[in-house]
Write a protein that binds this ligand. Structure first.
Ligand code: ADP
Ligand code: MG
Length: 150
């Protein structure tokens, strides 16, 4: 993770940087941004991919979680979900830890948890899933996401 040489505060300008470059590059907090709108064609995917790439270029580690069955963010980031063993469908429906579906992209620091067409049926399948909200919530939040491959 690049850390520019002359900064005297963290990337939010909130605190002095101390420690090793690796420690300084570690996020003080994880921020989750949701790009959502029921209407199609309004720029959700375009915003997601470009915002993610821009943040990665600035030195942040970014994970784009693609939950759209069309998978346009996934393919837009250069990942062919048709050849993947696991996607966000497996995370949401089969108990797969999210770490196990993360793919690196060509942009350093930018990763994607890919979507697949299966997600089109996920909402219906989740209706009959007992305790569905809490059953997959933990898999997103308790395990440290491994994005060390790029
Ligand atoms: N800021 C923008 N200016 C012009 N065209 C845009 C802009 N953002 C997105 N588009 C175009 O609008 C279309 C829909 O964008 P997309 O991101 O796929 O929408 P959504 O994900 O909401 O369905 C695409 O053809 C995209 O290139
Ligand atoms: Mg889209």
């Amino acid at each position: 993770m690049p850390v520019t040489g002359q900064r005297s505060t963290d990337r939010h300008g909130e605190a002095p940087l101390t420690g090793t470059p690796e420690e300084e590059a570690a996020p003080a907090e994880v921020r989750i941004l949701a790009i959502a709108n029921q209407k199609g064609g309004v720029g959700k995917t375009t915003t997601t991919v470009n915002l993610g790439a821009s943040l990665a270029e600035l030195g942040h580690r970014v994970l784009i979680v693609d939950l759209d069955p069309q998978g346009n963010a996934t393919t837009g980031l250069g990942i062919n979900y048709r050849v993947l063993d696991s996607t966000m469908y497996d995370v949401m429906l089969s108990g797969l830890p999210i770490d196990d579906c993360i793919e690196p992209t060509e942009v350093k620091g930018l990763f994607v948890a890919p979507a697949s067409l299966d997600l089109a049926g996920a909402e219906v399948e989740l209706v009959s899933s007992f305790n569905r909200e809490s059953s997959w919530h933990g898999r997103w939040t308790t395990s440290p996401i491994n994005m060390s491959t790029s």
